[in-house]
Design a protein around this ligand. Structure first.
Ligand code: F6R
Length: 245
């Protein structure tokens, strides 16, 4: 696992975006896995700048959403589809028909999850997956558990995750209680992974991920077994690791 410590959020976002941009130049038809939330906002902003400067193009890239809330339609302002529309599709040349989403309103969610795995396989697998780290140690919405869930599946969200994500809603009651997410196996199947972590609030969990045991109670710790992961973290997020040295 390569860890790149950056001065602040902006530097972290720029460095990670340069990494993605390089891959896009080498393979314009790159298959991306796309996280939402606060962590990747900067990377999407930087990619939009690079597209505007005609330094890269996303027009041939394909995207797979990492996860989606259950019960929200794609046009709901807090759905992850809506987020990607706002922060990627509307500001770059990424084509809407190239973005695959999980159907959070599917009643037959099991079939929706199986079909998602098939879509990823049909696209040739994920080349580059962009992840954030949850306060609980989750990646995607794979919450702490006694096992690592393998495939795309439905999860009940942890209280802490609901509390943390309430900042995007008018009230905590509005945060969906369940989500569909790529599984740990789906994530580990990506050929390359970028994990973005910023802020002092993530310092403790990032230290656990980087230096604790690899176990499903800390889902992101499994990334230590992946061949090609780069963690881009700001100094605040790295503080618990660096202060110990
Ligand atoms: C989002 C996702 C989550 C977030 C994580 C961190 O698609 O799957 O795992 O990456 O909860 O969220 P932020 O970046 O908002 O701190």
């Amino acid at each position: 696992m390569k860890v790149i410590t950056c001065k602040d959020y902006e530097t972290m976002s720029q460095k990670a975006a340069d990494d993605v941009a390089q891959d896009l130049r080498e393979k314009p038809g790159l298959v991306l896995g796309l996280a939402t939330g606060s962590s990747p906002l900067g990377i999407y902003r930087c990619l939009a700048d690079l597209v505007r400067q005609e330094s890269i193009s996303c027009s041939r890239a394909t995207g797979f959403q990492l996860d989606e809330y259950c019960g929200l339609t794609p046009d709901h302002p807090q759905s992850f589809h809506h987020y990607l529309k706002e922060h990627l599709l509307n500001v770059t040349d990424f084509r809407e028909e190239h973005l695959h989403g999980l159907n959070g309103t599917a009643t037959d969610w099991k079939s929706a999850c199986i079909s998602y795995e098939e879509q990823i396989s049909a696209a040739g697998g994920i080349d580059l997956l962009i992840l954030g780290l949850g306060q609980t140690g989750h990646i995607g919405f794979n919450e702490p558990d006694n096992v690592f869930p393998v495939h795309t599946h439905r999860v009940k969200l942890e209280k802490e995750t609901i509390r943390s994500n309430a900042r995007f809603f008018d009230s905590p009651e509005q945060v969906p209680r369940a989500a569909l997410t790529m599984g740990i196996g789906t994530i580990m199947g990506a050929r390359k992974i970028i994990l973005l972590v910023n802020g002092r609030g993530k310092a403790g969990i990032l230290k656990d991920v980087l230096t604790g045991s690899v176990k499903p109670q800390i889902p992101a710790s499994i990334l230590r077994f992946h061949q090609n992961v780069t963690v881009y973290a700001d100094e605040e997020a790295m503080s618990a690791v660096t202060e110990e040295k």
